[in-house]
Ligand binder design. Structure first.
Ligand SMILES: *Cc1c(COP(=O)(O)O)cnc(C)c1O
Length: 217
């Protein structure tokens, strides 16, 4: 089932769009089955869960961190992850820079945009995105590679479109500024219900859990 789901999704995705399998709460066997279907990027929300799975699967796949990253977990995160998609503050970026320096790594990151400007949600609000990118761009062990957003949750995925569109505009704006050490290459938007709309609005990374693995219990 899981394998077939992945094969079908990959078959339908445009060639330029990368699939991140959002694996929170899934076990190693489920994740291995997804990998057998062609998944090559694992998206993890939790550091401890990632450590357990990483021990068994290792770096034959790429690892993206897609959850809310606490600064006291950064030293573990930088060892496992190939990209951190959810950087939304200078303090978090400074800690990533510091911990990466210690292990001589340059961490590709995405800036998480709170595109719905929801107070309880992670992400930098749109009007502060450029200033944040300019500051992080000065850090030598971080490479800004694009943007990520969740957007508000709706029953009707079509309602997500304005938030994806807004994030794409921020992405194009930052790209046009040609900030040194910043490359706007990846735009990570869309989940099971919304990824088709996100792709129409310019996403080239989609993060899918439920459609691969079934409902989370
Ligand atoms: C869980 C999760 C997803 C995948 O959600 P589904 O609706 O199960 O596809 C995508 N992105 C993030 C950040 C998530 O936490």
């Amino acid at each position: 089932m899981i394998r077939d789901n992945v094969i079908k999704i990959l078959d339908e995705l445009p060639a330029n769009v990368k699939l991140v399998a959002a694996v929170k709460t899934r076990n190693v066997d489920e994740i291995l089955e997804a990998i057998s279907g062609g998944v090559n990027i694992i998206g993890e929300n939790y550091i401890q869960e990632a450590q357990e799975v990483y021990e068994k699967i290792g770096n034959k796949v790429n690892w993206h961190f897609i959850g809310h990253l606490q600064r006291n977990k950064v030293k573990f995160a930088v060892k496992i992850f190939d990209m951190i998609e959810t950087v939304d503050s200078l303090r978090l970026a400074q800690e990533i820079d510091k911990q990466c320096q210690k292990i001589s790594k340059v961490m590709p990151i995405l800036i998480e945009i709170n595109s719905g400007e929801e107070p309880q949600k992670s992400g930098v609000i749109p009007c502060e995105a450029v200033a944040l990118v300019k500051e992080i761009a000065k850090m030598s062990n971080i490479k800004v590679m694009g943007l990520m957003t969740m957007g508000p949750m709706f029953g009707n995925p079509e309602d997500s479109r304005p938030y994806f569109r807004k994030t794409k505009q921020i992405y194009e704006n930052i790209k046009s500024l040609n900030i040194p050490n910043v490359q706007m290459k990846y735009l990570s938007m869309g989940m099971t219900h919304s990824y088709k709309i996100a792709i129409e609005q310019g996403a080239n990374i989609v993060r899918i859990g439920t459609k691969i693995f079934g409902k989370r219990i």
